[in-house]
Design a protein around this ligand. Structure first.
Ligand code: GDP
Length: 195
């Protein structure tokens, strides 16, 4: 994918009306700190367009990044802050649910998981929730550079087994440090989401 332009086009708060972009949308979900901003920046070839290391309690928004004025990468708010208030957690859930249920141009939902750890209950819930809304989550195993090469297959299997992923379900290892996996993810998006 040649990135000709990338811009944060739309920011939706809890009560905002969700946009009808009329163009393909590709969404990214994951626990806070999993590397979601880094991935989105990496895909866009931008250093810091997507915010990194968002703080707990920070305003939860859905951010739409317009790529080449042709489609959108959609950054869903991160989950899993144990310190977040019940209110924040509830509004987060409602916002994501509203998006998954009403988005008419949503082509795929990527779920990010840290390659080093077994998915926890929140991750599993998110995976099942995306499934329940009619999308098969595409898993991205982040921070690939943090483990030894000899551990990669074992960790990928752990992610697959814990989530109960189907045999053919897609799983991409990715590192925002080396950018390993970037081409494969773009190739998938181009083939499966942008036709
Ligand atoms: P977010 O909260 O999911 O958006 O996560 P960030 O993208 O802000 O990343 C959280 C932290 O993990 C930051 O300190 C990043 O520099 C670091 N990080 C993210 N991706 C990678 C990666 O692939 N490899 C390494 N080594 N660190 C990463």
């Amino acid at each position: 994918m040649q990135i000709k332009s990338a811009a944060l086009d739309i920011v939706c708060g809890v009560t905002s009306k969700l946009p009808d972009t009329g163009q393909a949308e590709i969404a990214f979900a994951g626990k806070s700190n999993v590397g979601k901003s880094s991935l989105i920046n990496g895909l866009m070839n931008r250093k810091s367009l997507a915010r990194t290391s968002s703080q707990p309690g920070k305003t939860q928004t859905i951010n739409f990044y317009h790529i080449n004025e042709e489609f959108y990468l959609v950054d869903l708010p991160g989950y899993g802050y144990t310190t977040a208030s019940v209110n924040v957690r509830q509004s987060w859930g409602r916002m994501i649910e509203r998006y998954l249920k009403t988005a008419t141009n949503l082509k795929a939902v990527f779920l990010l998981l840290d390659i080093r750890h077994a998915p926890n209950a929140n991750d599993k819930q998110m995976y099942d929730w995306v499934l329940d809304n009619g999308y098969t989550p595409i898993v991205i195993a982040t921070k690939l550079d943090k483990i030894k090469r000899s551990q990669v297959q074992k960790q990928l299997k752990l992610l697959r087994d814990t989530l109960g992923m189907e045999k053919g379900a897609k799983l991409f290892p990715y590192s925002s440090v080396t950018k390993a996996g970037r081409e494969e993810i773009w190739e998938f998006i181009e083939k499966e989401c942008l036709n």
